[in-house]
Design a protein around this ligand. Structure first.
Ligand SMILES: Cc1cc2nc3c(=O)[nH]c(=O)nc-3n(C[C@H](O)[C@H](O)[C@H](O)COP(=O)(O)O)c2cc1C
Length: 197
């Protein structure tokens, strides 16, 4: 199985990046292929330009990311919630890379996903406890607008969305270890039955 892990956090030392590394290392140990696309480290330009609209040939940076997605069997997004949504760099990656004609097309019956057969995993973090996201309705909004809308449009099957609440700068070691174990278990349970790459 080939995986693309898209990481959207400006700090390599962030807990978001630690979770992405633990997830990727678990898959690698299982014999899977892992490509990490660290959007800040890549200096990914998130601004969709006029010339990219209307089915134009994608710019080189977009074509490279599309080739990674096309070759992958599974795509994972790792990001912190910023204003209850994804960091702008990831939104821009989705705008530009998951483009019309690559990730989906418009048919008479509606949008048709072109990434069918691929699996999607989402891992998010927030300062707010998960119970508060539930109570405010943020969690439902995230599941509908970020997960279902984006992945469903592309035909990607969402196999898991794991959320880590109360991720604060003074995260206790014990909690950090438990969270890292949880993301390793996530990798194993989502892909245990799948053959290695
Ligand atoms: C610009 C910005 C916006 C944020 N918005 C939210 C938010 O809407 N809800 C929330 O719970 N946390 C919010 N946070 C906190 C992050 O989600 C939190 O820092 C994250 O859990 C920590 O992950 P990290 O240690 O990998 O940075 C925000 C942080 C930043 C920098």
């Amino acid at each position: 199985v080939k995986h693309v892990i898209v990481l959207a956090h400006p700090r390599p030392s962030s807990f978001t990046a630690s979770l992405a590394r633990a997830y990727g290392a678990t898959l690698t140990a299982m014999g899977h292929g892992v490509q990490v696309r660290d959007l800040y480290a890549l200096g990914f330009n998130p601004v969709l330009a006029a010339g990219e609209l209307g089915g134009a040939v994608p710019p080189e940076d977009v074509a490279r990311e599309q080739a990674e997605i096309a070759a992958a069997d599974a795509i994972a997004f790792f990001y912190p919630l910023w204003w209850a949504s994804m960091p702008a760099i990831l939104k821009g990656y989705i705008d530009r890379v998951l483009s019309c004609g690559f990730a989906y097309e418009i048919r008479a019956a509606g949008l048709h996903g072109l990434l069918r057969g691929k699996k999607g995993v989402i891992v998010t973090l927030s300062a707010a406890p998960t119970a508060i996201l539930d109570r405010t309705g943020d969690w439902d909004a995230i599941r509908i607008l970020q997960d279902a809308h984006i992945f469903r449009t592309c035909g990607v099957e969402i196999v898991a969305h794991e959320h880590f609440g109360e991720i604060l700068p003074d995260l206790a070691d014990g909690d950090a270890h438990a969270h890292l174990d949880r993301v390793r278990t996530l990798a194993r349970t989502c892909f245990a039955a799948a053959k290695a790459s």
